[in-house]
Design a protein around this ligand. Sequence first.
Ligand SMILES: Cc1cc2nc3c(=O)[nH]c(=O)nc-3n(C[C@H](O)[C@H](O)[C@H](O)COP(=O)(O)O)c2cc1C
Length: 127
Amino acid sequence: MQEYVLKNDDFLVSQTDEKGKILFANDDFCKIAGYTLEEMIGKPHNIVRHPDMPKAAFKDLWETVQRGSIWTGYVKNKTKDGGFYWVFATVYPMKDSKTNETRYMSCRRKPSREEIETAETLYKTLR
Ligand SMILES: Cc1cc2nc3c(=O)[nH]c(=O)nc-3n(C[C@H](O)[C@H](O)[C@H](O)COP(=O)(O)O)c2cc1C
């Protein structure tokens, strides 16, 4: 499968509700994932989930943000056309300023090749 290697200045942002439904995605995220904004909005965030990602990584992500902390980690995502790309993600909880509802934001940048290789090796040992 084709890998899209992020550019140094690619910066992928998305926001979800408290259940992981996508509320916002920026241009870089839409373009690289291969979806239009309209296709993204309202979908569960596992729309970009790659089968190589261990469940344990997302369990850790959700437990971390639900207790109010910031999660950082490496994520392999799939693109609409069946390719994939790696990101280093920072996911953090926030409150909607108008409704006070819980929201989550993820900001993703390019990981180095060494970081990807380390994550790949680790994820093969996890389920
Ligand atoms: C703000 C935010 C961003 C997320 N970004 C991704 C992502 O880029 N890729 C991904 O596979 N899951 C992401 N998730 C986790 C998904 O919600 C989901 O837990 C994961 O895809 C596993 O899918 P599953 O619960 O159906 O097994 C994100 C969650 C949050 C709260």
